[in-house]
Design a protein around this ligand. Sequence first.
Ligand code: NAD
Ligand code: UDP
Length: 345
Amino acid sequence: MSRLNVYEPGFLSQRPYRSGRTVIIAGGAGFIGSNMGARLISEGDRVICVDNLETGRQENIAGLLEHPNFAFFLHDIIDPFSIEGPVDRIYNLACPGSPPKYQRDPLHTFKTSVIGGINLLELAEEKGARILQSSTSEVYGDPDVSPQSETYRGLVNTVGPRSCYDEGKRGAETLFHEMHEREGVDTRIARIFNTYGPKMDPEDGRVISNFIVQAFTGQNLTIYGDGHQTRSFCFIDDMLDGLIALMETENSFGKIDDPVNLGNPGEFTIAELADIVLELTGTDVGISYHDLPQDDPRRRCPDISRAGRLLGWAPKIPLREGLGPTIEYFREELKRKQRLNRQVS
Ligand code: NAD
Ligand code: UDP
């Protein structure tokens, strides 16, 4: 870990500091977390990234490690930890987001949401910090209504392969709610819908990264099931805007600690997504069909009217537009990996 700008006591007193705010990003080496770190550093915040590198990557934060306002703390949030000095904001973005990754160690995934959530909430309480939980559209399970609004209670299997993630996130929402009600912790809950963009791990296993990597490496795109299931894809820049707006709003219409959907309502079948990726990458690989995983949601589309009312937020970047920089990122990332492999062999 010698290349890392490792968090250690004294960080808060030694480092230059423009905005006067210290922000903890749990999961700050992952896809959303590392993009959030770059955004907040560029806005003058001081960022402490807490990550166990389970699915996060050092390369995601390589550009930040040299920055005097950024520190990396290698730590698993299921173990309690303390941070010296004041903390103003905590983004909890720690939890594997990809189904094959969160299903690899289901007990750990569940503990990350629940025990990790408790540890971060207690830290927020101790510091008087505002804390945002990255919840998920998966709290709606395999929904029987569409689009899904926050009042929909969901259709979730408690004992299926996705349960460790879905039920962990549902439990975390309860924890955040109760810590607000009972202890007065300033909590926010974002229900994030499928998000994509640069810094995704090419080996992540989610559909957008799989399709683009397959297109560039001459493999058939792998469609699970018949491809008629839908998802609604939000570009990372829009998601960061939504998360920051939710964290920072002082708006008192409605209860701000209640969950808020964040996502792009543009809904596509997975077969349509495959066609778009083939077109935009300019490749003509085929399609291979595989079994649909158990409990795979058939439809997913956010109702974002609450986010509009509370935050004045709506996504601006349609799928085809957001796929442009995403495809370029994967092109460069695959070249970088090839160069590394050549150096090793
Ligand atoms: P990701 O897997 O790329 O990032 C998760 C990060 O959390 C990684 O850096 C990982 O190493 C870290 N982490 C995992 N368990 C940890 C633990 N116990 N202690 C410390 N660090 C830990 O996923 P992402 O797409 O960036 O998702 C970020 C958050 O947003 C997650 O909580 C995820 O559930 C949520 N979310 C994401 C999406 C999406 O489409 N990207 C959708 C809904 C919800
Ligand atoms: N999917 C697919 N091929 C892949 C990866 C995923 O057809 O290579 C499907 C998956 O079954 C699901 C959708 O694409 O219906 C979105 O999957 P992803 O893992 O990206 O996220 P999810 O929304 O299921 O958590």
